[in-house]
Every structure is written in C-alpha cells, then in structure tokens.
Design a protein around this ligand. Structure first.
Ligand code: NAP
Length: 294
C-alpha cells in the first residue's frame, strides 16, 4: 500500500535525460507513485513496464500528482507542454508543484512560473548540468530557483536525480546560470575540435594531443570522454548538438539584452550552426568537429 506521507510525483518529457531521471525517481521507492507522459506516448512503455503509471496528457499527470517534473527539449517544447490544450497548466490547482528542469531562457521560465502561480500552484526551475551518463547514475548538478518551499519539498527527488543542488534565488536565476555554464561548455568543445582538426592537418597524432592536454592544467573529463569519438568521427547522442546550439543561441540573446560582448561564444555558435546544417543536429554535440572538416 502506498505510504500516505510519500509524495506522488509526475514526469513530463522522457527524452535522453527525462527517461533516466524518471527511472531514478521510480527506482528510489521514495514516492507513492511516479506518473509519466511523453509527446510520443510509446516512450512511456519501458517505464510503465518497470512500475510507473502513465497518463494521456500532462494535465492528467499534474492532476494525479503532488509535484510534476518537466524535461523538455527547448523553450517551444517547454511552453507547449504547459500551455497547450491538456497541458500542465490545465492540471494545476492550489498546492500543486511544477518543477521545470528543461534548459530554457529566463523569459520562458518566468512565463511558465507566473501562469502556474496564478492558478495557485508553486513553481521551481531546475535545469541540470551533466549529460546522459550522470542522468542515469543520478549524478546531475541541479540549479534551482523560484519557490523556496517547493525547492525544499523536492530535495529528496533532487537527491535521487543529482549529486548536488543549488538554490540560486528568484525564478530566472537558474535559467541564466545554466545558459552561462553551457555557453562555456559549447565554446570549450568548439576550441577543442579546432585543436583536434589542426593537429590532424599538420601531421600530428590526435591521441598525442589528447594525452598532452590531459596531463596539464587544461585536463578535463569532457576532452577525455569525447576525444576518442571525435577521432572515430562517431557521435552517438548523449547531449544532442541541436540542444547545444540552442543553449548558445539563448546565451547570446542574454548577452545581447545586457550588452555583454561574447565574441568567443558567438564564433562557437557559428560552428554549431554549420554542423547542424550538415545534418548533425541529432548527433552528440562533439559532432561540431564536422564543422572543421567541410
Ligand atoms: P531529447 O532527447 O531531444 O528529448 C526532448 C524531449 O522533449 C522529448 O521528450 C520530446 O518528446 C520533448 N518534446 C520536444 N518537442 C516537444 C513539444 N513541442 N511538445 C512536447 N514535448 C516535446 O533531449 P534531452 O537530451 O533529454 O534534453 C532535454 C532538456 O535537457 C533540453 O532542454 C536540454 O538542453 C537539457 N539538457 C540535456 C542534457 C544532455 O546531455 N542530453 C544535459 C543537460 C541539459 P518526443 O519524444 O515526442 O520527441
């Protein structure tokens, strides 16, 4: 029998990240039920087979749960899941919580937060750092902002999905932090791929470059993890390139709004756009290497 003191939780958006995060909520046994929805409904099947409930619309998920988490592709998807007919908003009533963990811009997050709050609900934004593997391992870093009470309430869920969560302030702060983090990451990966390309063109072994980078102050898990795939030009998606380009686009818009020059990120964004135009959008963001090979 379900423990009445346990929260019932929902999850909307079962992509690469959402499915793994929802599975960790389910496996934890901490919640009285886990109810899931995905636009392509068949993606609910695996979790249902493992014990989750599924619902036909986001509104039904929210209606059935104390707190619902969202993990959608981009601002358009995050807004659609909330405002479309049968969306999150239609299920919100007083006391219910919605935690949007998608990477979106502040305006999107604020619009969702205001709509949820206007119906008596509570809203937290909780974008994450960490990719497919950390999502599977429950090792994400969660950037939280918005309703502090809801943030505290969902700490057990954040502890299952992540290794650390931060409360950064009013809605918008976590969205901005996440964009800054991914702007740095996208620029780093762009610079790394250019280095790999120049090494190769100038007759150097890319394995030697990887090893030399790995032994100095520039050593980082990302170069070590993505380097071998780049050498094989194989990019199974952990973080889809189209999402990295979206994050650079949103970070540059934030820079524009604040008149903050971002020349390095702007140049990196062009490389991701080129890779997208080469048909690499659904591959891992390391496929930005292909932009160096045209
Ligand atoms: P993904 O695999 O592409 O999944 C995207 C999800 O959004 C799917 O559930 C998709 O549904 C849904 N979706 C897309 N358009 C929609 C719409 N119009 N209405 C409703 N649902 C829609 O992406 P992901 O890698 O899991 O990333 C999800 C979010 O996390 C993104 O904001 C991304 O930037 C962020 N993030 C990703 C990573 C990573 O390494 N992958 C790391 C940190 C943060 P369908 O299945 O029907 O297409």
């Amino acid at each position: 029998m379900a423990d009445a003191t346990k929260l019932s939780v929902g999850f909307v958006g079962l992509g690469i990240m959402g499915e793994a995060m929802a599975r960790n909520l389910l496996k934890s046994g901490l919640f009285s039920s886990v109810t899931v929805w995905n636009r392509t409904l068949s993606k609910c099947d695996a979790l249902v087979a493992e014990g989750a409930l599924s619902a036909p619309t986001p509104a039904d998920v929210v209606a059935a749960c104390d707190v619902t988490f969202g993990m959608l592709a981009d601002p358009e998807a995050a807004l659609a899941a909330v405002f479309n007919e049968g969306g999150v908003l239609a299920g919100i009533s007083a006391g219910k919580g919605y935690v949007d963990m998608s990477t979106v811009d502040e305006a999107t997050s604020t619009k969702i937060g205001e709509a949820v709050t206007a119906k008596g609900g509570k809203f937290v934004e909780g974008p994450v750092s960490g990719s497919k593997k950390p999502a599977i391992d429950g090792q994400l870093v969660i950037m939280g902002a918005g309703d502090k009470e809801l943030y505290e309430l969902v700490q057990p869920a954040f502890a299952v999905m992540g290794k650390k969560s931060f409360y950064l302030g009013a809605t918008g702060a976590a969205a901005r932090m996440k964009l800054v983090v991914n702007m740095v990451m996208g620029s780093m990966m762009g610079a790394f791929c250019e280095g790999m390309a120049l090494a190769d063109k100038s007759g150097l072994e890319q394995t030697a470059l990887l090893e030399i980078l790995g032994l100095g102050a520039m050593a980082n898990p990302m170069f070590a993890m993505k380097g071998p795939g780049i050498m094989q030009r194989a990019y199974p998606p952990a973080f889809p390139l189209k999402h990295q380009q979206k994050d650079l686009r949103l970070a540059l818009a934030l820079g524009d709004a604040l008149n903050q020059p971002l020349p390095v990120a702007a140049a990196a964004n062009e490389a991701y756009k080129t890779a997208k135009a080469l048909g690499r959008g659904d591959q891992d963001f390391a496929a930005v290497y292909e932009a160096t090979q045209k």
